[in-house]
Design a protein around this ligand. Structure first.
Ligand SMILES: CC(C)(COP(=O)(O)OP(=O)(O)OC[C@H]1O[C@@H](n2cnc3c(N)ncnc32)[C@H](O)[C@@H]1OP(=O)(O)O)[C@@H](O)C(=O)NCCC(=O)NCCS
Length: 221
């Protein structure tokens, strides 16, 4: 039997999320993250303190995709969340910064080049769209909204390595001009391979000007 939908579902709306709003909706935002990453249920409980701590970091900024009601209105305290993205200003005392710095050095980056890239960047920490809302360009809208007015000279992120870069995250980041910083990197305490990708800001820079320095080729074994 074919289901007939009398009213098309309202299109998600992408909005800025204040620190107070994310604190109130932390559980719902984490549910999007767990569904998007296909992590086991319960992962959100481990991640909640970390996301809450990130909110207080300098330069923190967040965006969300929410479903409005049939009249196009929404209340950020209760509207269903289908997408979430946030990041903050990277700094040398942060764990992620130190990991990336050591990954860059181990993969052959000269110290001055690594320092230059890491001297002023926005860490795009999380970007997730619920599987039921993917494939509509929402991830791209969230990413652009998050990055378009950032004052930093660059943005960096890490994403799991996948064969042939064949998933929506990789396609999105490549489309948006992100280039390789470190490939096949294993963060301490993890077992999976990640890529660290980055690009110069502002987003309006054309492809060649947006590219970060090319990392050295991996040594042949
Ligand atoms: C990565 C992720 C955030 C991207 O969000 P998304 O909304 O699925 O993807 P995009 O915004 O790039 O949308 C692109 C898709 O929408 C389609 N699309 C439809 N209308 C569009 C529009 N107006 N503009 C752009 N794309 C549009 C494109 O054809 C494309 O489909 P395809 O990938 O099948 O070719 C999301 O897929 C996700 O959460 N993935 C799992 C978690 C993850 O990997 N997060 C990143 C970890 S670092």
């Amino acid at each position: 039997m074919t289901a007939v939908r009398l009213h098309p579902a309202p299109a998600p709306v992408v909005v800025d999320l204040s620190a107070a709003a994310l604190r109130v909706r932390l559980h719902d935002a984490l549910a999007v993250y767990v569904a998007a990453m296909d992590y086991p249920r319960g992962t959100e409980h481990h991640r909640a303190p970390m996301w809450a701590e990130h909110i207080s970091r300098p330069g923190w900024q967040a965006v969300a995709a929410v479903i409005p009601d049939d009249n196009g209105r929404f209340d950020l305290r209760s509207a269903p969340i289908v997408g979430i993205g946030y990041g903050y200003h990277g700094a040398p005392h942060q764990w992620w910064h130190q990991q990336v710095h050591s990954g860059m050095r181990r993969s052959g980056w000269a110290e001055y080049s690594a320092r230059e890239v890491l001297s002023d960047y926005f860490e795009l920490t999380e970007l997730h769209v619920h599987p039921g809302a993917q494939g509509q360009g929402l991830g791209e809208t969230l990413l652009v909204r998050l990055l378009q007015h950032r004052p930093e000279r660059a943005t960096l992120l890490s994403t799991p390595e996948v064969s042939y870069e064949d998933n929506r995250a990789w396609r999105l980041y490549r489309r948006q001009g992100f280039t390789d910083v470190v490939r096949n990197f294993v963060f301490s305490g993890d077992t999976r391979n990640f890529a660290v990708l980055g690009r110069r800001l502002p987003l309006s820079l054309p492809g060649s000007a947006a590219a970060l320095p090319t990392p050295p080729q991996a040594p042949r074994t």
